[in-house]
Design a protein around this ligand. Structure first.
Ligand code: NAD
Ligand code: TYD
Length: 339
């Protein structure tokens, strides 16, 4: 099978490319990525020579480029990871999120219709459900939870989800959607909480924790996410939404302290800074549907996953040092200097 993976030079897409080439060496993976600030060819360096892998640079919102991609590579399956993915950046510049996350999804699906693909899979997020209160540990997001977004990022992802379901209902496009909780693991861009904390702490620099650090996220090791998507595109039902996550909730402060312990760095590095506007309080996924239908469950315990992740950042310093020595410095100054 030919599988187009958009956004495969990013964090989860890059992990998915590695996962698929290992698990399904008979398939051909075509990575299509615009190489924005978040895309990194170093993430794909060790698969570039693989005869079952092809890299194509291009934008999902560009109809001409997308059309040649489909014409040249005859995909059976398209998995769309390409997105602007950072909530804080969506507060600085919402427009780009509409362009890539909503329009780009529509452009890809138009090509899927024209070239009669077998499955279009949309990688979405639990953030489309909004948030849950901190004092109701009994509440979880199911696939039936109404969409109720908070940030321009989550609103753009929810809009894309609705468009995907509309293409299923109106045109019969064979689609599926997965909504996943917060991922962590190798190749994670250091603007996100866990890699930010690891890279800042290694340099003995302050660790910015928004508000009181009480917000809760449901953390999933990225390889568990890749395994879930792999099962959905091969065995999941058309027209269905699958939640991916696994009762692994931590407050941000707990996460930061776990990382510091793993690194042997002091908690005195923690700085409480101004909160994110509209900051979602708690995300928590109920993964019953994907477990019942596809037998999927997360396999990596949080402490083991954090250990593996910290080891990866220690063993792959050039990968993240190249990022934080460049344009990223300007972003960091803009986001944190007056906080
Ligand atoms: P990322 O920011 O690390 O990577 C995004 C990739 O998409 C980059 O390689 C970038 O170059 C590429 N890209 C951006 N705009 C593009 C465009 N217009 N055309 C082509 N390529 C483009 O993101 P990530 O964390 O790997 O997230 C991947 C997907 O998973 C996103 O759709 C995101 O919404 C979703 N998701 C992420 C998480 C998480 O915890 N990171 C959780 C749930 C869902
Ligand atoms: P993030 O990694 O940006 O993912 P998301 O906003 O999609 O959940 O943030 C995870 C949590 O960590 C979120 O509650 C915001 C918080 N956070 C901080 O406290 N400090 C930071 O510097 C960052 C980037 C995030």
């Amino acid at each position: 099978m030919n599988i187009i993976v958009t956004g495969g030079a990013g964090f989860i897409g890059g992990n998915f490319v590695h996962f698929e080439l290992k698990q399904h060496p008979e398939d051909h993976i075509i990575c299509y990525d615009a190489l924005t600030y978040a895309g990194n060819m170093e993430t794909l360096a060790d698969v570039m020579d693989n005869p079952h892998f092809t890299f194509v640079k291009g934008n999902i919102a560009d109809r001409k480029q997308v059309d040649s991609l489909f014409r040249d590579h005859h995909p059976d399956i398209v998995v769309n990871f390409a997105a602007e993915s950072h909530v804080d950046r969506s507060i600085l510049d919402p427009g780009l999120f509409l362009q890539t996350n909503v329009l780009g999804t529509g452009v890809l699906m138009d090509a899927c219709r024209k070239y009669s693909i077998k499955r279009y899979h949309q990688v979405s997020t639990d953030e489309v459900y909004g948030d849950l209160p901190l004092d109701r540990a009994d509440l979880f997001f199911t696939e039936m939870t109404p969409l109720h977004t908070s940030s321009p990022y989550s609103a753009s992802k929810a809009s894309a989800d609705l468009l995907v379901l509309a293409y299923y209902r109106t045109f019969g496009l064979p689609v599926s959607i997965s909504r996943c909780s917060n991922n962590y693991g190798p190749y994670h861009f250091p603007e996100k909480l866990i890699p930010l904390i690891i890279t800042q702490a290694l340099a003995d620099r302050p660790l910015p924790v928004y508000g009181k650090g009480e917000n809760v996220r449901d953390w999933l090791y990225v390889v568990d996410h890749c395994r879930a998507i792999d099962q959905i595109i091969r065995k999941g039902r058309e027209g269905e939404v699958y939640n991916i996550g696994g009762h692994n909730e931590r407050t941000n402060l707990q996460v930061v302290k776990t990382v510091l312990k793993e690194l042997g760095k002091p908690e005195s590095l923690i700085r409480f800074v101004a909160d994110r506007p509209g900051h979602d309080r708690r995300y928590a996924i109920d993964p019953t549907k994907i477990h019942r239908e596809l037998g999927w469950l997360p396999e990596t315990k949080f402490d083991d996953g954090i250990h593996q992740t910290v080891q990866w950042y220690l063993n792959n310093k050039p990968w993240w040092q190249h990022i934080i020595s460049g344009e990223y410095q300007n972003y960091y100054r803009e986001m944190y200097s007056n906080r």
